[in-house]
Design a protein around this ligand. Sequence first.
Ligand code: URA
Length: 188
Amino acid sequence: MPLTLETLQEKLKDWKGCKLAETANPVLGEGNPHAEIMFIGEAPGQREDEQKRPFVGPAGKFLDELLASIGLKREDVYISNVVKYRPPNNREPLPEEKEQCMPWLQLEISLIKPKVIVPLGRHALLHFFQKLGMTAAHGKPQKLTDEVTVFPIYHPAAALHNGGLRQALYDDFAALKKFLDERQSTPV
Ligand code: URA
């Protein structure tokens, strides 16, 4: 059977390689399978666990607003998470949980082949750059390979707890749009 997002979804349902699978539902990414931009969060929360879809709770609503602020809809992009199951009480994912779930994210990236990857928050940023901090890197493109740029942005949930970050998120999305527009107009 060829590996597709659908087969990945089916395989994840049977996967027991992470202890979180004992207490939560699997949540794979979703969106445009041909997306040029992929957003990666931390781990599902309560609503995501209930609906088995990423970013459908309060942080997801804010992400939808941020996407709309630069003329994008969820259907235009691909949205996923580092960890595929909700940690109990929304605690931060443990290093071993991130490690165990990593192959799923890698398979998603290899199927989508995004040109721009947006880590939302430090857990996703760490997946790509171990030495880069969000405070210094947010809103600035970071070259991953000749084909792929990583564009770190704060996690939308952070702004729900710290209102001061709201504007920083809008500004980073505006910077992302500028970067995407300039990419489009640069001849290869
Ligand atoms: N926060 C995340 O990091 N991911 C989700 O899917 C929802 C909230």
